[in-house]
Write a protein that binds this ligand. Structure first.
Ligand code: ATP
Ligand code: MG
Length: 268
């Protein structure tokens, strides 16, 4: 069997805030196989973003161990971590804004340009990715000339440009309307099918979570449930109707019910 892409063992994260210890991750064990698509759900403050930051090497855990593609991240230098991060991970985080002074095509190319790769090499890839996310005609638009949903799709294309093994997405459809969110969700599945990319996505959208083959539920810094639903991805028409245990028990009451979208509006 192939090496799992992510192996997390007894992961802990403690912040010291105003002299007080805050235990945000309290011993997480999780293995993610190559090619998996995983939803992470749980109430606000459960530690989902902190967990994503740790496996994305953006934040250092205070205990436990993370292995990415078989490589133990413990005790690696920050430059080594940056190199693993650039090579292995694409981020779709809301604070990773597009650069306003560059157009969509340039934004998609940006991770490669930063690595010193040539425009000539990157441009065809960026064009293909923009077409894949349905924005083939928008390459010359700057972020200010794109809708919110289009900007999110550019961010997904940007995350893919260096062909990462792993995409980490933190509430990627926050602030989008239901229809646009749904289209974005389907894009994640398409990316997984087409590129074999492993995807971990934090979401407050219950319908989306329930359409995922695996749902990991966090509560108070621990994993409360880890449910797999067979190997094959459901198609879009059956996804919303999939009957599974409630994916985010701790989500705000307004999120309960089929198709409800909570997303970042509840978590400013
Ligand atoms: N740098 C920090 N210093 C102190 N406490 C922090 C820090 N970052 C996060 N926390 C705390 O850690 C807890 C978990 O935060 P985290 O952002 O991981 O939650 P979350 O599950 O992503 O929530 P949400 O669904 O609202 O985004 C929160 O209670 C938060 O206040
Ligand atoms: Mg969060």
């Amino acid at each position: 069997m192939a090496t799992p892409l992510v192996v997390v063992e007894d992961l802990r994260k403690m912040f010291v805030h105003m002299g007080r210890e805050l235990h945000v991750l309290r011993g997480i064990d999780l293995t993610i196989e190559q090619g998996e698509v995983v939803a992470m759900v749980g109430q606000s403050g459960a530690g989902k973003s902190t967990f994503l930051h740790c496996i994305g090497t953006l934040d250092m855990p205070t205990g436990g161990r993370i292995k990415l593609a078989g490589e133990d991240l413990t005790n690696l230098s920050s430059s080594k971590l940056a190199s693993i991060r650039n090579r292995t991970i694409g981020f779709v985080f809301q604070f990773h804004h597009l650069l306003p002074e560059f157009n969509a095509l340039e934004n998609v190319m940006m991770p490669g340009l930063i690595q010193g790769r040539s425009r000539k090499e990157l441009e065809p890839m960026a064009r293909t990715l923009l077409s894949e996310v349905g924005l083939g005609e928008r390459g010359t638009h700057r972020p200010g000339e794109l809708s919110g949903g289009e900007q999110q799709r550019v961010a997904l294309a940007r995350a893919l440009v260096l062909s990462p093994k792993l995409i980490l997405a933190d509430e990627p459809t926050g602030n989008l309307d239901t229809g646009t969110s749904e289209a974005m969700h389907q894009l994640f599945f398409e990316v997984n099918r087409k590129h074999g990319t492993t995807i971990v996505v934090v979401t407050h959208n219950l319908a989306f979570a329930q359409s995922m083959p695996r749902v990991v539920r966090m509560r108070d810094g621990r994993i409360e449930a880890d449910e797999r639903r067979g190997a094959s991805l459901p198609d879009a028409s059956t996804a919303a109707a999939a009957s599974v245990a409630p994916a985010a028990e701790g989500a705000p009451a307004s999120s309960r019910g089929a198709g409800a979208t909570v997303d970042a509006a509840d978590n400013p």
